[in-house]
Design a protein around this ligand. Sequence first.
Ligand SMILES: C[S@@+](CC[C@H](N)C(=O)[O-])C[C@H]1O[C@@H](n2cnc3c(N)ncnc32)[C@H](O)[C@@H]1O
Length: 277
Amino acid sequence: MTHQSPPEGGAENAEARVVIDTSVAHQSRIYDYWLGGKDNFAVDREAAKQAIAAYPPIVRGVRAQRAFLARVVRYLAEEMGILQFLDIGTGLPTANNTHEVAQAAAPTARVVYVDNDPVVLAHARALLTSTPQGATSYLDADLRAPDKVLAGAADLLDFAQPIAVLLIGILQLIPDADDPRAIVARLVEAIPSGSWLAVYHPASDIDQRRVGEAVRRVNARSAGTTTLRSCDQVARFFVGLKLIEPGIVQVQRWRPGTAAADDGEEIAAYAGLARKF
Ligand SMILES: C[S@@+](CC[C@H](N)C(=O)[O-])C[C@H]1O[C@@H](n2cnc3c(N)ncnc32)[C@H](O)[C@@H]1O
């Protein structure tokens, strides 16, 4: 388990304590730029802008992603009584971080954040601001080593009690060669019945030409690669689990409630939430 004392300020300041390659873009910082954050480098901004030029709705998509994260966490904490969250692929701290949403509904909620980006690590302090009754921790680990993630998470989470595993905008960063389905299956195997899996994943079968070009531009400038997947491919991550209504849908259509209006515009991403019985 890693608890850091990161520097204040933007990504440029983070270099003081962690080694960061600023010559290649990274997904967390590209995503930060799309969200309007300041924790990114020139190479990230260039990749982010190139993608927006190819597919302008990408900015709506990342906002919809954050809104989905908040809706899922609120639903689980408020309505399903879930008090433990394993948020893998946390991203840079922003508004409505998982523990803030969960603990607003359930102050005793415990959240383990996991990411493998050193810049996210450098900003982890903002994720470690728990209510006194609850707890948060940060794990510097790679989803492709799920047993290490599970072992680290067990320092804070009780694996005899239900846990919500959040894979919000990370599985597209795991190429097929790394067998993301097996990774998800390992996580699901480790959590008890009554637990949950939430997934947000960019789509390969919506607005294919523009989305494909945006991804090509990001991949050409990034350390990792993004793999788009179809609705059927996303559904396979949920094998053995029971999806709750409305199933796997375009993200803006997942239980929009009153807060997020579906204005009828397409967003090239799928979202779903399922329970382990
Ligand atoms: C697009 S961001 C999503 C952030 C957040 N989940 C959200 O929905 O706002 C993806 C995050 O996953 C992290 N990530 C990518 N590959 C990873 C891996 N193999 N293991 C752990 N984290 C990873 C990146 O560093 C980045 O912070």
